[in-house]
Design a binder for this molecule. Structure first.
Ligand SMILES: Nc1ncnc2c1ncn2[C@@H]1O[C@H](COP(=O)(O)OP(=O)(O)OP(=O)(O)O)[C@@H](O)[C@H]1O
Ligand SMILES: [Mg+2]
Length: 349
């Protein structure tokens, strides 16, 4: 690579300064006198009281970092973890490197690497594996228990055998459903950045899915009403995925809002968007749960959801499908007054 033609020392210094200024991670250089000698934009954003020519300790109160700065020797790097609480909670890995400056003087360079996102992903990964394992272990443990009972005490009891086999079939189905949901979630996530490009009539998709769900609603004494204009509601979409959205939302409304006896589905044009809303009149959802409902495996009442055959993945799937369709999902609920789930998708002319 050919070097740019920087003839004067002045110019190289300006170039080096410009480079440091634009590094996205905060960088601070402490001079031989222990005062701040050089900084960049990101450092000022993170440490608003940082001033050139002043001691580092005016801006940064972490004893671990200040000790490491005092002990730094040229050529060696120490690594210190640093937590900030304001304006948001963040975790940094601070690399503190001693550097030789001119005339046998030493300086110290501090480079802050933001680990917050990496840590969050790591926590999510660990929690996800723990959740999947837990969800699979429960039905598996019950299957093993019944197999042992059938081999032992219930060996010659045809009535128990039939009953146990029914339960075992349900548990096996539960695991199948869980795996299916996990697979479709990962499929949707893989494609999330590719917006679907087929023209789909959301009205047709909704009506077909509601027809499929009507028997289940009837069994629970729930009436499903649909309110939409007779014109098609065209969106760019994937019909199977949009069916999953209607299915999950309507099924939740029927299952959890059963006591309200009624579910209202509506399709409404709102400016450049089409809104699909699913409203129930059941117990509703307390406010503190609303922001977390779309997390994988998050359930307000895990036992109730499991009892109703749920895996806790339905709304996570809905969220990813909606996001792939460049849409939005909004959830509103007042405890005691039911819940309304709205999906807004860009409308096609
Ligand atoms: N209409 C609703 N009314 C009250 N609670 C709801 C409603 N919809 C969802 N919830 C709560 O949100 C939780 C998460 O819903 P989600 O659809 O993701 O999972 P699930 O229904 O438990 O399982 P799955 O959808 O996989 O069958 C549910 O367990 C339930 O506690
Ligand atoms: Mg559900």
């Amino acid at each position: 690579m050919q070097r740019p033609n920087l003839d004067t020392l002045q110019q190289s210094l300006a170039a080096a300064r410009a480079m440091v200024a634009n590094v996205p991670d905060p960088i601070v250089l402490v001079g031989p006198d222990g005062h701040v000698a050089e900084t960049n934009v990101a450092a000022h954003a993170m440490l608003p009281t940082l001033r050139l020519g002043y001691p580092l300790s005016y801006a940064l109160r972490s004893p671990a970092i200040l000790d490491a700065v005092a002990a730094a020797v040229p050529g060696a790097t120490a690594s210190v973890e640093h937590l900030t609480r304001v304006p948001t909670e963040r975790t940094f890995d601070v690399q503190i490197t001693g550097i030789a400056l001119a005339a046998a003087e030493r300086g110290v360079m501090l480079l802050f690497r933001d680990l917050t996102e990496a840590r969050r992903l790591e926590r999510m990964r660990v929690a996800f594996i723990a959740n999947v394992s837990h969800e699979l272990r429960t039905p598996l443990a019950s299957l093993v228990g019944f197999i042992e009972t059938l081999q032992g005490p219930a060996r010659d009891d045809p009535a128990s055998r039939e009953r146990f086999l029914d339960i075992m079939r349900d548990q096996a189905w539960r695991m199948t459903r869980l795996i299916d949901d996990l697979l479709s979630l990962s499929r949707i996530e893989l494609r999330e950045h590719v917006a679907p490009d087929r023209r789909v009539d959301l009205r047709l998709v909704a009506m077909q899915m509601l027809d499929t769900l009507r028997p289940m609603a009837r069994e629970r004494g729930v009436d499903i009403a649909i309110d939409c204009s007779p014109e098609p509601a065209m969106v760019l979409g994937h019909d199977d995925e949009l069916s999953r959205v209607v299915e999950n939302l309507a099924e939740n409304a029927i299952k959890y809002g059963e006591s309200g006896k009624r579910v209202d589905v509506a399709l409404t044009r709102r400016g450049s968007e089409i809104e699909l809303s699913v409203r129930d009149y059941g117990p509703g959802i307390a406010h503190e749960h609303l922001p977390r409902l779309t997390e994988r495996f998050y359930r307000v009442d895990a036992a109730e959801s499991r009892g109703k055959g749920g895996t806790g993945l339905g709304l996570a799937i809905v969220k990813h499908i909606v996001s792939r369709h460049r849409g939005r999902l909004a959830i509103e609920s007042e405890p005691g007054q039911g819940a309304v789930f709205r999906v807004l998708l860009p409308a096609l002319a």
